[in-house]
Design a protein around this ligand. Structure first.
Ligand SMILES: [Zn+2]
Length: 345
């Protein structure tokens, strides 16, 4: 959680209720679907497209989320055709109802290639994350058994919260323009939170659909995963933020994947970059006199009680900072005598 930012403004203070869609810009409506987490909602956007409506993101596959869609179909979407189905990234709160909506509409799912394939791998082989080569990834970095078990069954959680994927998709590519309702939306993609997350920029309306890449209140989870143990998602994420800042003007209205629409994109990007720099400094300080494992560093980064599920995410996020610092030579790593990988300055 980040402190509230100075320099952000929220032109819409009250989110749309269940079954409602609120116009936030000409031809663009904002709706919300429920999530069964502490972060209890995801935003979706409905873009006017000729005689129908293009949809951006689908929500998680739960009964309340499907019910929320039914209310949209009966209300703001009554009598309207869905023209396109664009999904920003592979996380279950965004792609969860993709197949369900494809079956309902006959549309082709539009996603970036890495996001589609990431979702596909998990759906085809949800148990793969629980296989043995991955256990050592966690245990070697000091994670306790309980949390390791919780993290390793995540593939099954994913399967439960996603309705499936259609067998074909239309690949959305960075730099192309999607023509929706006679207007060109430029596609940007960014990694770090997800491999190739789609963002959409409507220059003529000064509108930026930022997905989860830039959120107004929280920082998106940036995690290292067992398949790529030395990965540098934080480096990738920070590069993406800088490139968004170069490409997208400061005065856009940002339509994020969670929380409220806001203005102040550049200030927000600066705050997120600073937030991660602070975490890096805290980790380096914690390792100054004592070598520590990624698991041992979690309390220096997250200052609150975490359950096993949250600890799993905190571990991945802490390791993202550790790997970032290792790559840049600010930390070094060695195996301690108790067979745990620890980093030091
Ligand atoms: Zn996400």
């Amino acid at each position: 959680m980040l402190p509230p930012d100075l320099g952000l403004s929220h032109p819409f203070q009250t989110p749309p209720g269940p079954g409602q869609a609120l116009e936030v810009a000409p031809g663009i409506r904002w709706a919300r679907l429920p999530l069964p987490f502490r972060l209890d909602h995801v935003n979706i956007y409905l873009i006017e497209d000729g005689d129908g409506v293009a949809v951006v993101d689908t929500g998680i596959d739960t009964r309340p989320s499907r019910d929320a869609w039914q209310r949209l179909f009966a209300g703001p979407l009554a009598g309207r055709r869905i023209t396109r189905l664009i999904v920003t990234h592979c996380h279950p709160d965004h792609v969860g109802l993709a197949k369900w909506l494809v079956e309902r509409t006959g549309l082709t799912l539009e996603m970036s290639e890495a996001e589609y394939l990431s979702a596909l791998v998990l759906l085809l082989d949800p148990g793969s994350l629980a296989s043995d080569p991955y256990r050592s990834f966690f245990v070697d970095r000091g994670l306790d058994e309980e949390t390791t078990d919780a993290v390793m069954t995540r593939g099954h959680d994913y399967l439960r919260s996603v309705s499936g994927l259609p067998d074909t998709f239309r690949r959305v590519i960075a730099g192309e323009r999607l023509r929706i309702g006679g207007r060109d939306f430029e596609v940007l993609t960014g990694g770090g939170h997800a491999p190739e997350q789609i963002m959409l920029y409507l220059a003529e309306g000064r509108i930026f659909l930022s997905a989860d890449q830039v959120l107004p209140r929280i920082s998106p989870n940036i995690g290292v995963y067992a398949r790529d143990p030395e990965g540098d998602p934080l480096g990738i994420f920070l590069r993406s933020l800088r490139s968004v800042k170069r490409r997208i003007p400061a005065d856009v209205l940002v339509l994020p994947g969670h929380d409220l629409p806001f203005r102040g994109l550049h200030a927000r990007i600066d705050a997120i970059i600073e937030h991660h720099a602070g975490r890096c400094d805290a980790i380096v300080a914690a390792c100054r006199d004592t070598p520590r494992s990624a698991a041992e560093l979690i309390p220096f980064v997250f200052h609150r009680e975490l359950d096993a599920h949250q600890t799993g995410f905190a571990f991945g996020e802490t390791l993202a900072h550790v790997n970032y610092l290792l790559r840049r030579g600010r930390l070094k790593q060695a195996m301690s005598r108790d067979d745990v990988l620890r980093v030091s300055v």
